[in-house]
Design a protein around this ligand. Structure first.
Ligand code: FE2
Length: 512
């Protein structure tokens, strides 16, 4: 029987979705219910933390879990499922040593598992740091290949059919332009011509944000993964490098949101002595404002800096130009609380009555006046009659997806997101929001934890929401993992492919 781990009693205990899985690399035929559209054919690959213990070592933070790729293959109304861990150095070394040996986002791990006390002392304080290469957040296509990514300088090329790990790409060493990439966002944009645009950061004595572009595949068989890569624009950080997870494009501009979650260099320098991890090195500075850096896409010039009352954002939804303004939509938080709340002890523990375990995301729209572009002098955004410098669109949604191919960077009407159940984990309901009217519809089922909803356009679709939503739903009552296919119009279920067993919840994915 197909089971990832034994769970004797079904319950709504959300800790189940944050547990270690066994690898299942061979495709399993899902049991089909309902009817999946015959035109729907392709592969949904999702990525997320899937292994939280290595020998006696337990990770602390959700983002520390080693990357597990999930693959749903859809053809002729049938679905198969398989999964496989990314063979990062972190994963391979943990198998080799029987315990974790790499520093992770929220777990300090001494760098070397030496056997005697003198070697252990030396390696802890002076030995080489192991690379932070657990690419457990997202997957995306670049040139003619597929990559798993996180927020470090590393990517892993994967085989979308077998989920094998093929090649490690180190942007810190291999990026062809004259910069050193220390990190980059987990959400690169892929433009209609196949170019990949991302925002990277360079640490050190001359820190900077660098917007980079990797051109599409030329057809040359010996083309390297980053061939032709260039820097579009460099942006000096306001006061040290900050955390950045995503950014957004419009037809003419790139908008980089600089949130006041900053890297404390002294905490970093002392981390071996104090046993701290990357999450500990970040600090929230409420005295700083959040900044929108606006860059001209074609000229590569920074043409505006707008500031807002401090907020934190993991996920931008979209941006577009309309009525003389750049509209920037995002799932915003009042501060960096969600980063702290994603420690596993919080996610796995049952909520006390009335307890709010996860901060509330606010879907907000910020409007940047285009007639003020042309200067990089900071300009505060205008406040409305309610005293806010943004428009609130909805409360309680994150992990947004849109009709990306047709509407990224352009005016749009619909966003699909995950919504929490009573402030538990992010994953409860699926919501479709009409951004023009504020109307929304939801999908949910008893015991179901739904992942990020991925929109797939129908081949003959004419309207923005002509298509389906794909979501991996973990049902802790049925003890199943399913690929749900919903009608994007009304979120009514069309069909699902069900396999037995509960898998760890994934974060982001791509359909091809
Ligand atoms: Fe993300």
């Amino acid at each position: 029987m197909f089971r990832f781990h034994s769970i004797m009693a079904a319950s709504l205990d959300q800790s189940i979705i944050f547990q270690t899985a066994n690898e299942r690399p061979e495709p399993i035929q899902a049991q089909m219910r309902g009817k999946i559209p015959s035109w729907l054919r392709g592969t949904l690959i999702r990525n997320g933390p899937g292994r939280f213990e290595c020998g006696d070592t337990s990770f602390n933070h959700w983002f520390d879990g080693q990357a597990l790729l999930h693959r749903f293959f859809i053809k002729d109304g049938k679905v198969t499922y398989s999964n496989k861990f990314v063979r990062s150095q972190s994963y391979v070394d943990s198998l080799k040593h029987g315990k974790a040996s790499h520093l992770e986002f929220g777990s300090y791990i001494p760098p070397d598992p030496c056997q005697n006390i003198f070697s252990r002392f030396f390696s802890r304080y002076w030995g080489p740091e192991m690379p932070f290469d657990n690419t457990c957040i997202n997957v995306f296509p670049m040139k003619d290949k597929m990559y798993a990514t996180t927020e470090s300088e590393f990517l892993f090329q994967i085989d979308p059919k077998t989920l094998e790990t093929l090649e490690k790409v180190d942007l810190g060493k291999e990026f062809p332009a004259d910069i050193t990439i220390s990190s980059m966002t987990a959400h690169p944009h892929v433009t209609p011509d196949g170019s990949v645009i991302n925002v990277s950061a360079t640490f050190g004595t001359s820190p900077s944000y660098n917007i980079i572009c990797i051109p599409p595949y030329t057809g040359e068989t010996r083309e390297t993964p980053l061939e032709g890569g260039k820097v579009i624009c460099s942006i000096p950080p306001t006061s040290g490098i900050g955390y950045h997870h995503s950014f957004c494009l419009t037809e003419n501009f790139i908008v980089v949101t600089e949130v006041p979650l900053m890297l404390n260099i002294w905490r970093f320098l002392g981390h071996r002595f104090f046993g701290t991890s990357l999450e500990d090195w970040l600090y929230w500075d409420p005295k700083q404002r959040t900044r929108f850096h606006v860059v001209d896409r074609r000229k590569g010039d920074r043409v505006g800096v707008f500031t807002a009352d401090p907020f934190f954002v993991f996920h931008h939804i979209n941006a577009f130009e309309k009525d003389g303004k750049i509209h920037v939509d995002g799932c915003c938080y009042r501060d960096n609380s969600p980063v702290k709340q994603f420690y596993l002890h919080n996610l796995r523990s049952p909520a006390e009555p009335g307890q709010k375990k996860c901060a509330t995301p606010y879907v907000r729209r910020y409007e940047l006046p285009m007639d003020k572009l042309g200067s990089v002098e900071e300009m505060p955004l205008q406040r409305g009659g309610d005293g806010k410098d943004f428009t609130l669109l909805l409360i309680g949604m994150d992990l947004p997806r849109i009709n990306y191919e047709e509407h990224n960077g352009k005016p749009y009407k619909f966003v699909y997101e995950a919504r929490s159940l009573d402030h538990q984990a992010l994953f409860g309901k699926i919501v479709k929001l009409n951004l023009e009217t504020g109307e929304f519809v939801t999908w949910e089922e008893p015991g179901g934890f739904a992942s990020e909803p991925v929109f797939v356009k129908a081949p003959d679709g004419k309207e923005e929401d002509d298509g389906v939503i794909l979501s991996c739903v973990i049902n802790v009552i049925d003890q199943t993992t399913s690929l749900h296919v919903l009608d994007a119009k009304d979120l009514k279920e069309l069909g699902r492919g069900v396999v037995e067993g509960v898998t760890p919840v994934s974060i982001h994915g791509v359909f091809q």
